[in-house]
Write a protein of this length. Sequence first.
Length: 623
Amino acid sequence: MAEFSNNNAGASSSRSPPKSPMRVSPAAHSRSFSRELEADEQSPLLAPSKSSFDDDDENKIPSIGSRDTEQEENDWTEEEHVSRSSWYMFLLTLGGFGLQMGWAVEMSNGSPYLLSLGLDKALLALVWLAGPLSGVIVQPYVGIKSDRCRSRWGKRRPFVAAGALSTMVSVMALAWAREIVGGFYSIFGVESGSNAVRITIMVFAVFFVYVLDFAINVLQAGIRAYAVDCAPAHQQEIANAWISRMIGVGNIVGMGLGGINLPRYFPFLGNSQFKVLCALAAISMAVSVSISVASVRERDPRQDTMHPNSEDSLLQIFRSLWRSLFRLPPQISAVCKVQFLAWMGWFPFLFYTSTFIGEIYVEPFFEANPHMTQSEINAIWDEGTRRGSVALLVFAIVTFAGNVILPFLIVPTFQAPKPSNDLAATPLTPTHSLSGSYLSVKSSMRPTLQKRITTLLTKLQIPGLTLRRTWLYSHLLFCGCMWATLFTRSVLSATLLVGAVGICWAVTMWAPFALIASEISRRDAIRRGVLRARGRDAQLLAAGEDDSADQAGVVLGIHNVSISAPQVIATLVGSVLFHYLQKPRGTPGDTSVAWFFRLGGLCALGAAWLTHRVGEDKGEDDG
């Protein structure tokens, strides 16, 4: 499951010589802080431009590109030092809710729907290769194209909007495949029950499954890059934690709706469960994405020069991607290697959990009566599948709880830039919130309350528990849970086991994305003079060197390949494993899925070992 599937973070594609590190004057800093106070009290948006707060014209907000380019860049440079509020992060990442609603509907109800159209199980396995294949192809392409986008609307917003619209159209076309194809054939007088119509419906549905996966990967790539671009470098962990929360809520809602008789309550949206689910997913996506892109603006990309090798053909773009693969920053490369092994372990769990629970449920029935009729076998398996759905709902709830709680317990990896000496003496210098506290400066009149809240939240942090270490421990926990299947004999214990894996999934949906986003954002801030380079980052200041390998779109595209490619490999490995271990349907003693889980646990153990090579540089640069 993709999630798979970022302007301060690799958003700049400028190849002009980098600016020298910038020291913000006290007056400029005070203006920035005043704008942030106004924004926090009145609006969730980024602090408006300076001219919008002039005494004689305080209500006007100039359009993008209407001001001098250098002044625009300076305003953004000042704003990048200011921590963003929880409300801002909520709006920035709200699109993740609609994104996950689309994934949840497809993954939980897609297979039964396609089987109901008459699709064979062997063909169904090929259909679900659409997800990882689209992740390998679409996200890298979209990443590079959005890096090079110079639209007045921003780099990412056009792709987010286009991906959302395409996903909504394709999911509705998939749900109404019978009616669309049947209506077309009826024009020519062909009976709806004919073999030609039946085959055409299956082909039409499979086609739109691929269109849906390609479209939703465009949306996913855009949302991830959008968050990295618009969140400050020192708050990338917070931004990605918020994305994980939105995904968690979307997962809970999507799974929960699957257990309700939706046509009874929403008959105007369709006459079947799948139609109503798809309609609700489309509505959720439209609302959440629209609010997000309308509320949070990006830095104007027209300030950036075009990359000198900005080829547009698909082949040339993938050649550029291949070159960038070998020039990735060491930290990002290490994270991608961990992801490759980790997702070989995650694939069997994500796609076969319901089957695993179902096998445990049906085992005593098949042992008691190994000669059941086919209808009796189907009835027993239907009940087992429902038990699996309950376990997945528990998994989703635990994941969401982990998304909410864990960020408060983990010591931030990247800190806010330290103010320079001249700013330290400025009366209006804001106190930047801790990366894990989700606070922003609300008012200079409440320093005592803010200090108390910040101190309280700091005490919740577990000393030494960094994001990298949490990620490592999650691999070990996942491995332990997969091998605990050796002793799991009841549906209750299996459900508790699946729920425990929800903790690991919460970390997986947060840690690698946060580590990568923080690195991209920090390197881009150094390149543009917002932060001062030190240590290994000083090489970014060398002029004339191609730095496209650490742009948000390129890096997130390569990262998604490291997630999608192992799923293709795991599919092939699983096919071989099932060929030798699975038993005929209705026969007791089938443990093929459990052994697939255990093999995934070994991959997670390898991922834990590779996590040791991921750096834990605090990244505390001077502003």
